[in-house]
Design a protein around this ligand. Structure first.
Ligand SMILES: [Zn+2]
Ligand SMILES: [Zn+2]
Length: 131
């Protein structure tokens, strides 16, 4: 029980300090520095339980493994870098998108994903150092 709580806590702390959605593998990599011998299967179990508790939610980009972020975050959108495949949070939101829907339709919610290159990948360190 003690061990289970520690795993749970370590995984939740990884989620709290993350500035962007993380894959289970990435969570495993970060949490295993706190909990040696942490298995990926345990990470999946803990993620499921944190989801059931409403503390985290899955961020699913089409055709990709789910990433996870805190459920408490305010409405926001994501940016995926096509080079390094990391997913970042965006602050901006286009707001009410009713105008995109056919007339007579009511929009309740929207999802928006931007794709491109993150600042690291737009100008890799090697390129910046080059003469
Ligand atoms: Zn990148
Ligand atoms: Zn929005």
């Amino acid at each position: 029980m003690e061990r289970k709580t520690r795993q749970h806590q370590a995984i939740f702390e990884v989620m709290v300090s993350a500035q962007h959605p993380l894959l289970a593998q990435e969570i495993w990599g970060l949490a295993s520095t706190q909990v040696p011998q942490l298995s990926v299967a345990t990470v999946y179990r803990q993620l499921k339980s944190l989801q059931d508790e409403g503390l985290i939610k899955a961020v699913v980009l089409p055709g990709q493994n789910p990433r996870y972020e805190l459920a408490s975050l305010a409405h926001h959108h994501h940016f995926q870098c096509r080079a390094c495949e990391r997913v970042f949070d965006l602050d901006a939101c286009p707001g009410n998108l009713d105008r995109l829907a056919p007339s007579g339709f009511r929009v309740d919610d929207h999802e928006l994903i931007l794709y491109g290159r993150c600042s690291d990948c737009v100008s890799p360190p090697e390129a910046r150092l080059a003469p």
